[in-house]
Every structure is written in C-alpha cells, then in structure tokens.
Design a protein around this ligand. Structure first.
Ligand code: XIL
Length: 327
C-alpha cells in the first residue's frame, strides 16, 4: 500500500464501501471538508438533510435544497448514497409536533412523505434507512407517535410505500445500542423476523455503532451480524464514532487516539470476517462531530480526521486493515 493511496481506493480494491455522514453547510463553504469527502470516501449519507424536519419546514411545503446538495455532490464524485431517514421519532417538523392529527391523518401524512422523498431520489440513492430507532433500550417497541397511531404496522407500511416508489433501492431498519447481542438487538431480531414473515420488503439492518459509553464486545458484534445475515438480511455499520467517558479515557491524546484506532480496526476486521461490505462514520473531522453538542461528559474526538483536516490513527487502522486483510 503506497502512502498516497486514498482510503476510498483501498476500499474500492476490496469492494468495500467506506462512508461519511455529510452536512450541507460545509459542502457549500469549506473547501478542505469537500476535498476530504471526495478523496477519501466512496459512500455518503446526509447527517440531517434527508430527515423529515429539514425536508418539511412548513405544512404542505417540501424543501429539498440541502438534500439535493448532498445527493448531487455525492453523485458528481462517484459516491454511493445512503438516505437517512423516513420514519423516526426525532427531528420531526416543529409545526407537525403541534398538529392535532387523527391516526388516519398521520397515516396519510407518512404515506405522502415516503412516496415523495423516496420517489424523488429513486434513481439517485442506493439505500434508505426507512425506519430509525423503533425499539426502546429495554427491548419494548418505542412508544413514538407512529407506533401510537398505527401500531407495529407502521413499519410494514413505511417499507411497502418506499418499495412502491423505489423498488431498486435497498430498504433498511436502523438502530443504535444494538451492535452486539443484547436485549435490544434480540428485540430487533424478533421484529424484523416478524416483518419478514409478513412479507415486508426489508433488505437489511443498520447497526449505528455509536461506541460512546460502553463498547460492544467484538465476538458479540460478529455473532449479532451472523444472526441477521442468517435471516437473509444484509448488515451495514451506519453511524460509526468512538468516544470515551472520563473514567475510560486513557488521558493523553496520543493514547486515546490509539485506543480509538484499535476499536475501529477490530470492527473493520469483523466486517471483513462476516461479509459486511459497508461502514459509515458519523462525520468527517472531529470538529464536525455531533458528540460535543450532545454529550457533555464524553471526550469529543470520535472520527477519522482531526480538526485540522489531518488523518488520525483510526484512519490508518481502517486503511491498513482493508489493504492487508486475509481471510
Ligand atoms: C444526529 C445528528 O448528527 C445531529 O446533527 C442532530 O442534531 C441530531 O441527530 N442516531 C441517528 C442520527 O440516527 O440521525 C443522529 O444524528 C445521531 C443518532
């Protein structure tokens, strides 16, 4: 592997998709950000632009400006696209949260949303996270607005509507905290098995892999991937980042970055061992990460590039693993 090989080239050689979550704003204004994005990644997902809130600023109005910017940039640079996400409990439009709807109105609203968004990008995106985070941490169904109005069937409907307008797009269920075998991933396994029994067109399960507090055990991640694959589903790592609680942080930056790189390396190896061909990190540089804004107590340098646009040990770890892996 030559030092000047780009991460995306090394990934291409292995038929691997290495992706990053992308924000629309720096795509317009930040040349260094754009350069890293197009040089190093062969896969892109929109961090926020394709969520319902950003797409639906007012009742009856769709705004695709940011979503188009991300999707078109990716296409221009020969990057595959994951669209995130159609039905979620977070980031719904503000006007909508105050809307006193009936279950029937809510169903019509979701159908229109899925048809419009998934239909618009049918030839431009490879994958949709159709439903995000439908299961609570204790393994019960999350009692979100969709579930309260439509029951578990909201998932079936969302997947079927997406499939109606985008039959060639891979349709995923996506969740956090379900990376290894645990109560939550058990419940997700049962949920997607029920959906498959009902003939729902689901292609895969996204493991977010926000390794923030506890890190899942590597063997447990492998076992979890295997059981979803045994159902006939694909698995992708969809929102990878690695941070530390103060008590687990080795202290100085060098040690922290090495420890973080070890975890990225281990998960890359698990992916290659288990036939997972896609890994997406949740942002490009540490300064782009959502972590500092959301988790005050975590050490906030979770990504592959530092805030000065330089690659970190985690970047090298992934690249070396992809280059040198032997089954
Ligand atoms: C996060 C974004 O990174 C933030 O910018 C936004 O403020 C909140 O959402 N799980 C998901 C992602 O599925 O959509 C979330 O993204 C992170 C957790």
């Amino acid at each position: 592997m030559a030092d000047d090989d780009r991460l995306r080239d090394v990934a291409d050689d292995r038929d691997f998709q290495i992706g990053a979550a992308v924000a629309a704003q720096p795509l317009r204004t930040d040349a260094a950000y754009k350069k890293l994005l197009r040089n190093e990644f062969n896969y892109v997902t929109a961090e926020n632009a394709l969520k319902m809130g950003p797409l639906r600023p007012e009742e009856g109005v769709y705004d695709f400006t940011d979503a188009d910017a991300v999707v078109n940039y990716a296409r221009e640079h020969d990057q595959a696209v994951r669209a995130h996400t159609l039905a979620w409990h977070n980031q719904t439009p503000e006007w909508f949260q105050e809307w006193d709807h009936t279950p029937g109105q809510l169903e019509n609203f979701l159908r229109d949303h899925v048809h419009t968004a998934a239909g618009r990008y049918r030839s431009k995106v490879d994958t949709w996270d159709v439903v995000n985070e439908a299961v609570a941490d204790d393994g019960t169904m999350r009692e979100n607005l969709w579930y309260e109005a439509l029951g578990e069937e909201y998932l079936d409907k969302a997947f079927r509507w997406a499939n109606e307008v985008a039959p060639d797009t891979d349709l995923y269920y996506n969740d956090y905290g379900a990376d290894g075998v645990n109560v939550k991933s058990d419940a997700i396994y049962d949920l997607v098995e029920r959906m498959l029994d009902r003939g729902v067109p689901i292609d895969g399960v996204g493991l977010q892999m926000h390794a923030l507090h506890e890190k899942p055990g590597i063997d447990s991640v492998a076992e979890n991937i295997r059981r979803f694959k045994d159902l006939g589903l694909d698995v992708e790592i969809t929102e990878f980042d690695v941070a530390y609680l103060p008590e687990d942080d080795p202290g100085d930056q060098e040690a922290r970055w090495e420890k973080q790189a070890d975890f990225y390396r281990d998960i890359t190896e698990v992916c290659l061992d288990e036939g997972v061909d896609t890994m997406i990190v949740w942002g490009v540089r540490d300064s782009d990460s959502w972590i500092p804004g959301w988790f005050e107590n975590l050490t906030g340098d979770p990504l592959l590039f530092d805030s000065g646009n330089d690659p970190k040990p985690a970047y090298d770890a992934i690249k070396e693993t992809l280059a040198n892996y032997e089954a």
